[in-house]
Design a protein around this ligand. Structure first.
Ligand code: DDQ
Ligand code: CA
Length: 265
């Protein structure tokens, strides 16, 4: 078969032509040869909701009937709370040297990340104003709260578990799929003892067992957000569980839509 300058690493992470219904050429989550192998699944769109296409989505969580969203890009980053069904938002701006990343709402606190500043902000979940801050090592990408602890990604294959009061690390696990590391884990959602993550630049959502780091399922979401905005950074990003439902809310950076989807398979 043809080879490229990037060799097998490109070949193994590229979609074969026509491998999805959209003909997406987005990179794929790598899968190694060892057992257990992840199950393959898809997403079924239940309904489409509006999303402000100015939002460079980085964190997404639904609490009650409200959406919390944090966004990125220097000079443009905000934290927002708004009704899921549409309506006025409470929005606070981040500082110009902060590129906003993931967020997690706990019973006491809203934590928001900054990409490379190494600062997590502890915010009032109602006003979104900063109450205090914590420092962390490395980059900040995704965040979720599983009911007892925080789970964070940093662009690598590592999940870092953190104390929800102090933000101190309490452990890590390396994420693998068929024995191969899965890097660039991005936005997270803690759901029923599992961690769902979208993998940066792919159209795939993985289900991770946080005890072992194993990817147990890979869901193809390539049909969402079509046509995609022209900006190459406008990738799928943002997973939120919907209270009282097994469905998820999914969007992307700069997408004009959010989707309520059901994971299939
Ligand atoms: N991340 O969200 C995946 C962590 C980073 C996305 C960065 C995409 C835009 C890059 C702009 C670079 C400005 C220094
Ligand atoms: Ca989320």
């Amino acid at each position: 078969s043809p080879t490229t300058a990037a060799g097998t690493s490109l070949a193994s992470s590229s979609a074969p032509a026509g491998s999805s219904s959209t003909g997406s050429t987005a990179p794929r989550v790598p899968v190694g040869p060892s057992e257990p192998q992840p199950v393959r699944g898809s997403v079924e769109v239940m309904r489409t909701l509006e999303h402000d296409p100015a939002l460079f989505t980085q964190g997404l969580q639904v609490v009650g009937d409200e959406v919390y969203e944090s966004t990125g890009r220097y000079g443009d980053s905000v934290v927002q709370r708004r009704p899921l069904e549409g309506g006025d938002a409470v929005t606070v701006e981040m500082a110009d040297d902060e590129f906003g990343e993931g967020l997690a709402v706990t019973p006491d606190t809203l934590w928001t990340l900054t990409w490379r500043k190494g600062v997590a902000h502890n915010r009032d979940p109602q006003t979104l104003e900063i109450r205090s801050e914590a420092q962390y090592q490395g980059e900040g990408w995704g965040l979720c709260f599983d009911g007892s602890g925080l789970v964070m990604t940093d662009g690598s294959d590592t999940l870092t578990f953190r104390d929800p009061a102090t933000f101190e690390p309490t452990g890590t696990v390396a994420v693998t799929s068929g024995g191969t590391p899965v890097r660039q884990l991005n936005e997270l959602e803690c759901v029923d003892g599992a961690v769902l993550a979208n993998v940066w630049m792919t159209d795939e959502i993985v289900r991770i067992d946080p005890g072992t780091g194993e990817v147990t399922a890979i869901y193809d979401a390539a049909q969402l957000g079509r046509p995609r905005p022209a900006d190459p950074d406008a990738v799928l990003n943002g997973i939120a569980s919907l209270p009282g439902s097994e469905n998820l809310l999914v969007t992307g950076k700069l997408w004009p839509q959010m989707y309520e989807v059901r994971l299939v398979g």
